[in-house]
Write a new protein. Structure first.
Length: 233
């Protein structure tokens, strides 16, 4: 299942100029940062290691400019951003969901800088409130040193759980894990704590819980409590 998509059109490898444009964008950002924000962050994180060190500070400045809807004078960072895609090559990046697993599918045919710039300029297409959420994600991605996978998703989303249902609707998932009825109003902190303790007693091996599943159950209960508590703050 396609969850998010970014098409970056860019100069071909042997072309004398460096030009950049955007194609199809599927960037849902609700709940924040959304699958769209995760994809943009992953594209940046997956290519940042190939950027020249001296250009990294200016990439951070560009993220802030786009976030604040400032005019970006072209060319910028050795690339000219334009509408026309004639003569350009295509790189496609997708976030795909299979069951509860999230997978990034990158098809990079241009330079790393073109992909990073494509992700930043794609943020410009978002509403102002969404840009303010996604911009910090891109800054975090610029500082990432590691593989593009579950640890990156947790780092960018600011949560320990990386399952599709958790990221798609964390409130509904948390309510279900803690045993609140579907569609229930957001419970108060005392209700969440009471339900958490009750559920912990049922899953703990000392109270008859399955020893092989206890660690996962305890982890999910703690994450659900954290989500509902943070929604109240």
């Amino acid at each position: 299942m396609l969850l998010a998509e970014l098409e970056v059109w860019h100069t071909r490898a042997l072309a004398p100029t460096r030009r950049l444009s955007l194609g199809n964008l599927v960037l849902p950002v609700d709940p924040a940062p959304g699958f769209g924000g995760l994809l943009l962050g992953a594209v940046v994180a997956g290519h940042v290691a190939e950027l020249p060190d001296e250009l990294v500070p200016d990439v951070h400045r560009l993220i802030d400019q786009v976030d604040r809807d400032r005019r970006v004078v072209q060319p910028r960072l050795r690339h000219r951003f334009q509408v026309d895609r004639h003569g350009l090559a295509l790189s496609t990046h997708r976030l795909v969901g299979t069951g509860e697993e999230l997978t990034f599918d990158f098809h990079t045919k241009g330079t790393a800088m073109a992909q990073v710039l494509g992700a930043i300029y794609a943020m410009e297409r978002l509403q102002e409130s969404s840009r303010h959420v996604v911009a910090p994600v891109l800054h975090k991605a610029m500082r990432w040193h590691g593989p593009v996978g579950k640890p990156l998703i947790a780092h960018l989303a600011g949560a320990s759980a990386t399952a599709l249902t958790t990221l798609a609707d964390p409130r509904a998932w948390a309510l279900d894990v803690l045993g609140f009825p579907p569609g229930a109003a957001l419970p108060g902190k005392k209700e969440v704590t009471a339900q958490f303790r009750a559920k912990m007693r049922t899953v703990h091996p000392d109270h008859g819980g399955d020893l092989t599943q206890a660690s996962t159950a305890v982890f999910e209960l703690a994450e659900a409590r954290k989500i509902l508590t943070e929604l109240r703050t």
